[in-house]
Ligand binder design. Sequence first.
Ligand SMILES: Cc1ncc(C[n+]2csc(CCOP(=O)(O)OP(=O)(O)O)c2C)c(N)n1
Ligand SMILES: [Mg+2]
Length: 566
Amino acid sequence: MSNQAHTELHVFDVLARAFAQEGVGTCFALLGDANMNWAARLAGHGCRMIYVRHEHCAVAAAMAFARKSGEVGVASVTCGPGLTQLMTALPAAVRARLPLVVFAGEAPLRSGWYNQAIDQAPFVVATGAAYHSLHLPERMPIAVRDAFLQARRERRPVVIGVPFDLQERPWTGSEKLPAPSSTLLPRLSPVPANPDDVTRVAEMVCGARRIVVMAGMGAVEAGAGPACRALAERCDALLATTLPARGLFHDDPFSLGIAGGFSTDMARACFAEADLVVAIGCSLAQHNSDAGKLWPNARVLQIDLDPVAVSQGRVAAEMHLRADARLGAEALAAALRSRPSDWRSVELAERLRTTPADSMAFDIEPGRHDPRAVVAALEGALPGEWEMVNSSGHCSYFFAQMPSRPQERFLTIREFGAIGNGISFAMGVAAAQPDRTVVMFDGDGSLLMHVQELETIRRHKLNILIVVLNDRAYGSEIHKLRAEGMAGDGAVFEATDLAAVARGFGIGGETLVSLSAIPEMVARFAETGGAAVWDVPVSDRVLSPVMRRANAARAAAVNSAAAGRK
Ligand SMILES: Cc1ncc(C[n+]2csc(CCOP(=O)(O)OP(=O)(O)O)c2C)c(N)n1
Ligand SMILES: [Mg+2]
């Protein structure tokens, strides 16, 4: 910095420089008094600013950006009402263990009263994110660097709050900024397994008859896919993944696909036979094991950097091997005797390849589609290199059934179970992969919750195709209400013409009349690029297997309560 420039610098200039020096190339923001000077300066450093229409969406997009890029996701909101909009996104980011830094303003310190003032720290801390109030200008550059270090190390969001009157002060601190966090990051090698532990667990694996090797995001991050396949081959095991890691074994003939509520009929049948699940780099969440019902006869060996006994309130694993996912899988495979194929067979591979995920028949009303047929048509027509984003709702089960799609082209973030994130996640992926087309799958209710972001997509020229399974309802809710004999009030809506809504925002919009049009529509979109919403009218009579099982369990509980009263 020259002396001349120095005298003109403000605190926000230096704060923006500190972010630029951290290598921040993309920031999702919505402006207000408390962050606009900072954002304008950051843009001046060449950072791509994606200005969204709701603060929640800034953080949600940064989450997908972080997951997809492996970098720290960055977002910015103004003080008070800007920050309080983050109360759904931050817990989701905390639970998904995503490193984020959020630059938030704070109310000015000089005023005795300020309209937007609120004690911000308790809000943020309640979500599980970290909050740092920066009130000493000369220390702010170091505090920014430390926020990036903390976000990476703890894998969670860190929110920085800076009163905007402090930001506007002339900079009087040192001209030299601290070295960026990347220069300080410990260079750590993957953690190998302790050989004694390997010997112990290998014995137990050798004693099992039917093994499933199941991989989660820890395996994805460790590049453990090939090691998991080799381990499974060595012990005659089948393969599966968690929902976020789906596609890691998409081209393996012995892959069961997703383990959990979204499992196919075949996967459920095979898991029921298993007497051992080797869970590699996954946290064994409730959904992953379908609350323990997926493998009723199996013990669980967890290979993870941070193994647990109890996960989400359930004893999740009886045996543990602490190791990096890849090194742990490799060490275990090396310690096992190779065994003859007993479970793996040509016939089983054929059945896995050809058995439909769910073959239940439904009586579908004319003019509406079976969501399973829609997804099968999309699976056949969508180019393999497009990035896929699966959102939420009842429809997400159907959209998860695309067995030919590899993990590296797939994103779903389901922690905290919020709807309304599809467009934001698609924006985050589009920002992380600017040369690719993103196809996002959503429900009508979820899309409408943050439909304003269609404007953001158009303005920033993001290449995003949105496919909506439109049942004119909160499907998850009506299916439960109906099962309990209640009307669908509050969960069933009038038909909204989502294609017209999309066109109103200035992007493409089409209603899908015939499934046979899909290949041609895909080809046209691939040629033109841009953004569009395809509104697919689907029947609300098709219940996913997850919903059918949940309803059956609910009915059984109601019946046994009624029997108890008699
Ligand atoms: C933020 C938030 N609000 C409410 C819910 C409850 N909820 C779960 S699924 C769902 C319905 C979603 O409807 P839609 O996106 O149309 O998908 P569908 O279930 O119809 O396939 C609702 C309201 C939630 N999970 N998150
Ligand atoms: Mg719906």
